[in-house]
Design a protein around this ligand. Structure first.
Ligand SMILES: *[C@@H]1O[C@H](CO)[C@@H](O)[C@H](O)[C@H]1NC(C)=O
Ligand SMILES: *[C@@H]1O[C@H](CO)[C@@H](O)[C@H](O)[C@H]1NC(C)=O
Ligand SMILES: *[C@@H]1O[C@H](CO)[C@@H](O)[C@H](O)[C@H]1NC(C)=O
Length: 331
């Protein structure tokens, strides 16, 4: 309560000091409402910078939502950040060795159901997690996929440890909070002979020393299956017949503030060298003639559609078919 009062007084003072003519009271009222909804507190200088970012983002959102798009944008937890800042904290910043020129996934000839959602087929998908400010998306994509293939095979849904991958998977071209790839993480788990449970190796959102304890291994990989690059129908085949699939794509500024609907963009690239975020396809569907993927993200349950997003399918949108993979569980 005391903290809240102080913050409130602080803000009043700030308002007097900084009320720039272009800022309306309404803008600032919005910002304060958003701040309290997202539990944000700033120091003096930061407040003004965050307010500027917020207002810029809000104008972009209003402009976007007034246009003719298949998705809407909204003031989520990233609304006080510039994209450059977001990119540095949350995305993979270096180009990865993402590509399977010739994958080992063998597609059937179909036919495929019009829609599939692994969240509805059984207890196969864990709750949406939150990577925090660390470029560890690839570890969440990896655990999400191994959790689900293990559950599909055994009937028991494990909760697996991202932090072990952050700390220990470096020999497979992974770089902790600086990035990595699910296919390389699956290779690590296979050769390491196990991945621990979340509860035994808690997530810290920071790089740390490897603390793997083989006696506590909770899930295992028998084989890594890569889908040939740009073979999006191979992804459909795998998700329709087998299990959710890990993939990577390029996040650009319009995605940071995604709220709902089918994301599609002409800002992003579609090649292997540009992917900067890894996620998990848990299903697909179609809306008003637009096919889309149903995707589990790792930015917490309040981002997007309860932590999920839809992205246009069958166009290699933002390079989403550039490097997709899944593991075969060893049980
Ligand atoms: C890509 O692979 C090469 C050769 O294995 C390796 O030297 C390089 O560090 C890898 N790049 C990344 C970003 O891991
Ligand atoms: C799958 O991808 C991983 C990581 O890039 C690679 O090490 C592995 O050799 C690939 N597997 C196959 C069967 O191509
Ligand atoms: C990437 O997009 C361009 C332009 O739409 C298209 O011509 C090209 O075939 C796409 N490449 C891949 C690998 O999807």
């Amino acid at each position: 309560m005391k903290g809240y009062l102080l913050t409130a007084i602080f803000l009043e003072v700030l308002q007097c000091m900084y009320a720039a003519p272009s800022l309306t009271d309404k803008d600032e009222y919005h910002f304060k409402t958003w701040m309290s909804a997202h539990n944000k507190q700033y120091g003096l200088d930061e407040y003004y910078q965050r307010l500027q970012n917020f207002i810029e983002n809000k104008r972009r959102i209003d402009h976007h939502n007034a246009g003719n798009h298949k998705f809407t944008m909204g003031l989520n937890q990233f609304a006080d950040m510039t994209f450059a800042e977001f990119k540095k904290q949350y995305l993979i910043t270096e180009p990865q060795n993402c590509s399977a020129t010739k994958g080992n996934h063998v597609s059937s000839n179909g036919p495929y159901p019009d829609a599939i959602d692994w969240r509805e087929k059984g207890h196969y998908i864990t709750d949406v997690k939150n990577q925090g400010p660390c470029g560890s998306c690839w570890t969440f994509s990896t655990t999400g996929c191994l959790e689900s293939v293990t559950a599909i095979a055994t009937g028991k849904l494990p909760l697996l440890a991202e932090q072990q991958l952050v700390d220990c998977a470096g020999a497979f071209n992974n770089h902790g909070c600086e990035g990595g790839l699910p296919s390389q993480a699956f290779e690590y788990i296979k050769y390491n002979k196990g991945l621990m449970a979340e509860a035994d190796y808690p997530y810290t959102a920071q790089d740390g020393p490897c603390k793997y304890n083989p006696q506590l291994a909770a899930a295992f990989v028998k084989e890594v299956v890569n889908i040939t690059k740009y073979d999006e129908m191979g992804m459909v085949d795998a998700v329709a017949r087998l299990n959710p699939v890990s993939f990577a794509f390029e996040v650009t500024s319009d995605f940071m503030l995604y709220q709902k609907g089918v994301y599609s963009s002409n800002k992003c690239h579609n090649t292997t060298d540009k992917v900067n975020h890894a996620v998990l396809a848990v299903g697909y569907n179609e809306e008003n003639g637009t096919p889309y993927w149903i995707v589990k993200n790792s930015w917490g349950p309040t981002w997007g559609i309860d932590g999920y997003f839809y992205i246009e399918r069958e166009k290699n949108m933002c390079g989403l078919a550039a490097c997709s993979s899944y593991p075969l569980p060893l049980i």
